[in-house]
Design a protein around this ligand. Structure first.
Ligand code: 1CP
Length: 345
């Protein structure tokens, strides 16, 4: 690895090493809030964009150029590996992923086969091109975690309460475990493909797992997220684990094996550090809606997050969830500068 990259503030903070200043990037930093994103996406469907290396590279680079963030996140979506193994799905504008035939029985579970590098050669090609363009700036590869993927597959699309998902988890545990087992192999395979191509950190998005109680997390989810993080250990790249509404699960998210635990805006970072315990860095956690308020509010709240984040063994500044589409990019530019200036050691 390029020594400047290995020594970048983002990778150092993930490893809980001292940093010259707090690194910052934003979940969903590429995408809807950027005029340059809307310009290149034009009439191109989301899943087509995710399979087109030139577009992936351009969209991934846009926020790095505009904001000078400390890491890039690979432009893709959590359903891309499912599409790549032949699941009939689409990403509908204004809705999100929609599955043609929701997975609710054993025969449907058996259609989920492991992913091979040839299924996603466009990902390998784009990661390689990006690591060249990014130079010393790290590229974060990512995947959806089994619970969050299972929710889309079982419900057939976005869901508020995950009713069918929980009905399967509680009522048909054998089927649930068979589904989670297959999704675990796909997710692990997809993350390893990105790392092999040159991604220097990996984030597992279990966005909707906050819907699950801690005892249920331990029984129905942790065996799988644990297998994913264990299956990445030999790569030596930082592993980040993120979910929304996970205040009661923060300790378990760390226990699953991540190096960095992502925190949404509901738990202050000093309290999150206590819940996660020693040996982990934290990532987060400005409420994305804060960016819709005047700059003075953003500055005060970001300053508070930096102070509390200093209680953790390592801190990567981020939002508590993705950038909202209506966010003014100038706010994110100011926030990036503020984090860099206010955190100089
Ligand atoms: O046409 C469009 O522009 C569609 C909007 C869009 C975009 C820009 C979707 C549909 N996905 C993405 C890109 C994306 N998705 C990225 C890369 C961009 C970046 O971070 O800079 C990432 C990391 C994701 C991951 C993703 N997709 C997650 C996990 C992160 C999170 O926000 O919690 C989830 C849950 C999805 C599902 C999804 N895809 C798209 C939407 C609108 C949704 C959410 C739907 C829902 O509410 O359930």
């Amino acid at each position: 690895m390029n020594p400047e990259l290995a020594d970048s503030p983002f990778l150092r903070a993930c490893r809980r090493q001292p940093v010259p200043r707090t690194p910052v990037w934003f979940m969903r930093q590429a995408g809807r809030s950027l005029p340059e994103y809307r310009a290149v996406r034009g009439g191109v469907p989301m899943l087509t964009a995710c399979a087109t290396p030139d577009l992936i590279v351009e969209i991934t680079m846009q926020p790095v150029r505009r904001y000078g963030v400390d890491a890039a996140i690979f432009f893709s979506d959590i359903v891309v590996p499912l599409k790549a193994i032949g699941i009939d799905l689409d990403i509908k504008p204004g809705v999100g992923p929609v599955i043609a035939d929701p997975i609710r029985d054993a025969a449907a579970v058996r259609t989920l086969r492991p992913i091979e590098p040839d299924d996603v050669s466009y990902v390998t090609e784009a990661v390689r091109a990006l690591t060249g363009e990014l130079g010393p700036t790290p590229l974060i590869g990512f995947a959806g975690a089994p619970f969050t993927l299972a929710s889309y597959l079982i419900e057939g699309g976005p869901s508020k309460n995950h009713d069918h998902t929980k009905a399967m988890m509680y009522g048909e545990p054998h089927l649930w475990h068979a589904l989670m087992d297959r999704l675990t192999e796909i997710t692990l395979g997809f993350l390893r493909i990105q790392a092999a191509a040159g991604a220097s950190a990996l984030q597992l998005f279990d966005s909707w797992v906050g819907a699950v109680a801690p005892d249920d997390y331990r029984e129905f989810v942790l065996p799988y997220t644990g297998r994913i993080f264990a299956g990445l250990a030999d790569l030596g790249v930082p592993r980040i684990h993120f979910g929304v509404g996970t205040g009661e699960l923060l300790g378990l998210l760390g226990e699953a094996g991540a190096d960095v635990v992502g925190v949404d805006w509901r738990v202050p970072l000093d309290e999150a550090a206590r819940r996660v315990g020693p040996g982990k860095a934290l990532q987060g956690n400005l409420d994305p809606a804060t960016l819709l308020a005047p700059w003075e509010v953003v500055e005060r709240r970001a300053g508070d997050i930096l102070a509390r984040g200093a209680e953790a063994e390592g801190h990567v500044f981020n939002l508590g969830h993705g950038v909202l589409p209506g966010t003014d990019p100038d706010q994110l530019a100011r926030l990036t500068d503020f984090v860099h200036r206010a955190s100089v050691r």
